[in-house]
Design a protein around this ligand. Structure first.
Ligand SMILES: Cc1cc2nc3c(=O)[nH]c(=O)nc-3n(C[C@H](O)[C@H](O)[C@H](O)COP(=O)(O)OP(=O)(O)OC[C@H]3O[C@@H](n4cnc5c(N)ncnc54)[C@H](O)[C@@H]3O)c2cc1C
Length: 264
């Protein structure tokens, strides 16, 4: 499936919101999940094909030209207007997806598969726990927007500084704790330290924790061992890994996830 860029907005210095319409979006079938994501196929510069392409054929074109798959959360799907919104983190000039969003113009196309998803806030718990970095903000935002006035949640988010904070909207009571990497002695431990110091609310809660692999692993270890979080029902996963392209990360991810079980 493919769609065309209709709007580009820099919502913070580190986040670009891209809206898509047209193309084949009439066939878009949203899931029931608030963390639903698409698998976008980002086309390297000078590739000898254009969107729409036959994925099986172009995959065989070699490393210089094959499209690069990258997952992105559906920030919003407007079913009436058939508009898809994705929030891309700007993380420098390396990679494919981030730089693509930085250069995006109206009329540019993106080919993708999906969406798929697995998490929605559990209506049967007393409160909801969310944590992550910029890459988790779209999923957390979409989740918060589905909650009701009598829901309660706590959100830990790490970003570079105050100007990188994204406004969150919800009818629920939301206690947001923004953490800033700027001037922090070790930014990679900010989330864990803050969560360790947090006095967990009473009652049952569900868990949504996503972001950088090393940071998420430490959080998982803490939540499972100290807060008796059930790994079967919690939504905890690494969305990206520092100093690894998505290809390099996917190559070792299975082993990393298996090794994670030795953390206890
Ligand atoms: C289910 C799922 C949903 C996701 N949803 C979103 C989303 O809604 N928005 C979003 O922006 N990302 C999201 N991500 C993360 C995104 O897929 C990765 O960040 C991806 O690696 C970006 O691809 P790239 O081509 O820009 O960079 P790559 O080619 O993968 O990496 C190039 C370099 O940039 C670094 N890098 C990659 N991502 C980041 C980052 N976020 N911050 C700092 N450095 C980075 C890498 O470590 C590497 O050194 C999601 C991931 C998953 C698995």
């Amino acid at each position: 499936m493919f769609a065309e860029v209709i709007d580009i907005e820099r919502i913070t210095p580190g986040m670009i919101r891209v809206q898509f319409a047209g193309g084949e979006l009439d066939d878009f079938e949203p899931t029931e999940y608030t963390d639903q994501y698409i698998n976008g196929y980002f086309v390297p510069a000078d590739a000898p094909y254009s969107i729409p392409f036959d994925l099986d054929k172009v995959r065989g074109l070699g490393d210089d030209f094959r499209p690069r798959p990258r997952r992105f959360t559906v920030r919003k799907w407007d079913n009436d207007a058939k508009i898809l919104t994705i929030d891309f983190v700007v993380h420098g000039d390396s990679g494919y997806a981030g730089p693509w969003a930085k250069r995006a113009n109206q009329g540019d196309r993106l080919q993708f598969k999906g969406p798929n998803g697995s998490y929605s806030p559990n209506p049967n718990v007393d409160w909801h726990f969310f944590a992550g970095d910029e890459t988790a903000i779209p999923g957390i935002s979409a989740s918060l927007e589905t909650l009701n006035a009598n829901d309660r949640c706590v959100v830990f988010l790490v970003v570079d500084s105050a100007e990188f904070e994204v406004p969150l909207h919800s009818d629920a009571t939301v206690d947001v704790k923004w953490l800033h990497r700027k001037n922090a002695p070790d930014p990679s431990t900010l989330l864990l330290t803050a969560i360790k110091e947090f006095d967990f609310l009473k009652g049952t809660f569900d868990v949504f924790v996503h972001g950088e692999a090393g940071e998420v692993r430490e959080l998982r270890k803490y939540l499972l061992s100290e807060k008796q979080v059930d790994p079967e029902t919690a939504s905890i996963s690494p969305y990206w890994r520092r100093n690894h392209t998505d290809e390099a990360w996917r190559e070792v991810k299975k082993e990393w996830l298996a090794d994670q079980e030795n953390d206890f």
